[in-house]
Design a binder for this molecule. Structure first.
Ligand code: 5GP
Length: 344
């Protein structure tokens, strides 16, 4: 047994210190970034905010809206090849096809020649620490040499490096911080998200890879903090859920008139029962997600514009002209710890 005494930080433990800035208007801020990747020789230009591959978030309807603003969608993994092929061509460049290790590469093979229209593959497992996962990334890289591969989740620098060396261009970082996640209660496992991103991005950038901060953003300020911590991409679940484009059922309270939507983790019993009807996993697998009721929020575009406005605002407070400059201009001030510490 070993205890690490160094304090680890979550988004709520810090604020970003304002700095002298030349930018007076949010309009002057450029939220798009040009990306080149370690393994794939494709490039991508867009706003590096990403809809999570949850069936209440990463739908084709969400992608249609987000793609207009050059925001990426990791589609949930239950889309069939036929459904993926029907996506209009402009949007295909701004979505990732998600697969898991258990299902293998079949969906990708089923797309045949047409896979050329898609840029991104997202390989998503709850626990990215297994050897089998690394082998699967190696296989995906050898079969789809040119695709931009996103893989995760992990939350430590050594494993971030390992996934990149196995063939991932972008590593999804985050265990236990999701709004519909109960891993920290069920398994007692996780790392506070801000520190995880700082440490994993440092490791990834050292070998030419990138990270996607995944989970724990509750407002636009958290998105800016993730970029401040040096995330290349920031993935959102709950913030993008509850909209017309990704809600199956909207419930209205007859007395208060309040409208709500069901939002659940992809490892919750709700999702397991929906997609694995025989639910063989039940015998040995504890649910690591929960079902919550969240407010219905209307159109996704309005929420997106609010969130982007928030990130633009951060940039004007700290003197960052581009999203890529946020980390260089960030000094975090600790607010929730007794230690009077500044994390630059
Ligand atoms: P949010 O933005 O809602 O805080 O977090 C979204 C992230 O939570 C997802 O991208 C995914 O990594 C994680 N997540 C989604 N469903 C589950 C689940 O059932 N269990 C756990 N442990 N994490 C989940």
């Amino acid at each position: 047994m070993h205890i690490e005494n160094e304090v680890k930080y979550d988004f709520s433990d810090v604020l970003i210190k304002p700095k002298r800035s030349y930018y007076t208007s949010r309009k002057e801020v450029d939220l798009e970034r040009d990306f080149k990747f370690k393994w794939s020789n494709l490039s991508w230009k867009g706003v590096p905010i990403v809809a999570a591959n949850m069936d209440t978030v990463g739908t084709i309807g969400s992608a249609e809206v987000l793609s207009k603003h050059k925001v990426l969608t990791c589609l949930h993994k239950f889309h069939t090849a036929d459904e993926l092929l029907k996506i209009s061509s402009g949007i295909k460049k701004n979505v990732a096809i998600t697969i898991g290790v258990a299902e293998g590469l079949q969906t990708l093979y089923d797309l045949g020649e047409q896979i050329k229209d898609f840029n991104f593959i997202c390989i998503d497992v709850a626990n990215g620490y297994t050897e089998q996962f690394c082998d699967f990334i190696k296989l995906a890289r050898s079969e789809f040499e040119n695709k931009i591969i996103i893989a995760g989740n992990v939350c430590t620098p050594e494993m971030t490096e390992q996934l990149i060396l196995s063939g991932a261009d972008i590593v999804k970082v985050g265990i236990g911080g999701g709004s519909a996640c109960i891993t920290r209660n069920v398994a007692g496992v996780g790392i506070p998200q801000l520190s995880a991103v700082i440490e994993c991005s440092d490791a990834a950038h050292g070998i030419g890879g990138m990270v996607m901060s995944d989970g724990g953003c509750t407002c636009s300020g958290d998105i800016s903090k993730a970029f401040g911590a040096n995330a290349d991409f920031v993935m959102l679940g709950g913030l993008f859920a509850g909209h017309d484009e990704n809600s199956e059922t909207i419930t209205e309270n007859k007395i208060s008139g309040e409208k709500t939507v069901e939002f659940y983790g992809m490892a919750s019993s709700t999702a397991l029962e929906k997609y694995y009807s025989d639910n063989k996993r039940k015998d040995y697998k504890a649910s690591e997600g929960k079902l919550v009721s969240i407010p219905y929020k209307g159109t996704l575009e309005n929420t997106l514009l609010d969130l982007l406005g928030g990130v633009r605002s951060t940039c004007t407070y700290i003197g960052a002209k581009k999203i890529k400059d946020i980390s260089k201009c960030t000094t975090f001030v600790c607010v929730n710890h007794q230690i009077n510490n500044i994390y630059t």
